[in-house]
Ligand binder design. Structure first.
Ligand SMILES: [Zn+2]
Length: 271
């Protein structure tokens, strides 16, 4: 059975209901943000990365892709800076839970939240609120798929850096100006040995990077720095393609496992 689009918003009501009932009742919610990404990348980078990854996952699986809300929630060090429009955590938790509840009405029983922006502070709360209501929801950041990212990138994932800019060069080069790309500065308030870098494998004694107010807001403020953390000059389209291909392949493998264990119509979680 063919479908004319992977996107929920491009299909009719009867089409999505029929797809969820007969083909695949797993939906993916891509989550991005509106946030400055240095002078070389667009403010919608995280949303574009989430949309680009989710669309490719939809094309390589039977999952339906829910429309991506362009706004996201932000850690404390992103607030009050130019180019960034943060939602409060409460707003974002409400947004995500409302979207999943709404999609479930059309017959979707399994959900993957695919984030391309650091907002686990709200997505984890949303997942557990939804679990209490009987929804099966997995939440991931695409950097979860880069545990051995030294195969692709020379550094872990930071911000407007080698990894994010590589994805941009691969998926939306028309919005990128590499002549403006320059390395950012280190941003830690305590030694980096105590913190798991996004995408890094954890070592004993390390805190997850959202478990502290580790970063200095001025490193994300374009009035005081170039707004980059990491080195975007090392970005290439080829690295972006490799990271996207790897992420899409692993998410599709996860979808396969879920749909084999819990075929269409089966709810893995009940309230
Ligand atoms: Zn980003």
């Amino acid at each position: 059975m063919e479908r004319k689009s992977v996107w929920f918003q491009e299909l009719s009501g009867p089409e999505v209901v029929d797809w969820a009932k007969t083909q695949c009742d797993l939906a993916i919610l891509p989550l991005g943000a509106i946030e400055q990404h240095g002078p070389h990348c667009p403010n919608g980078s995280d949303a574009f990365n989430a949309i680009g990854l989710a669309e490719r996952i939809g094309q390589n699986s039977k999952a339906i892709i829910l429309p991506c809300p362009m706004y996201g929630s932000h850690p404390y060090h992103h607030w009050g800076v130019h180019g960034t429009i943060p939602l409060t955590f409460e707003t974002h938790i409400g947004l995500v839970t409302d979207i999943i509840r709404g999609a479930a009405v059309s017959g979707f029983n399994k959900f993957i939240i695919l984030s391309a922006h650091g907002q686990v502070s709200s997505t984890i709360v949303a997942v557990h609120k939804l679990g209490i209501e009987g929804h099966f929801v997995l939440s991931m950041h695409w950097y979860d798929f880069l545990r051995d990212n030294k195969e692709i990138f020379s550094d872990y994932m930071w911000h407007a850096d080698e990894s994010e800019t590589s994805l941009a060069l691969y998926m939306y080069p028309q919005f990128v100006d590499m002549s403006k790309a320059a390395p950012g500065e280190a941003t830690g308030l305590i030694s980096s040995k105590w913190k798991i870098a996004p995408g890094a494998e954890a070592k004993p004694g390390q805190m997850y990077h959202f478990e502290g107010t580790f970063a200095l807001p001025e490193k994300f403020d374009m009035r005081k720095s170039n707004g980059c953390v990491g080195d975007p000059t090392k970005a290439t389209k080829e690295k972006g393609e490799k990271a996207v291909t790897k992420t899409v392949k692993m998410v599709c493998e996860l979808i396969d496992e879920i749909m084999t264990a819990y075929p269409v119509g089966v709810k893995p979680v009940t309230a």
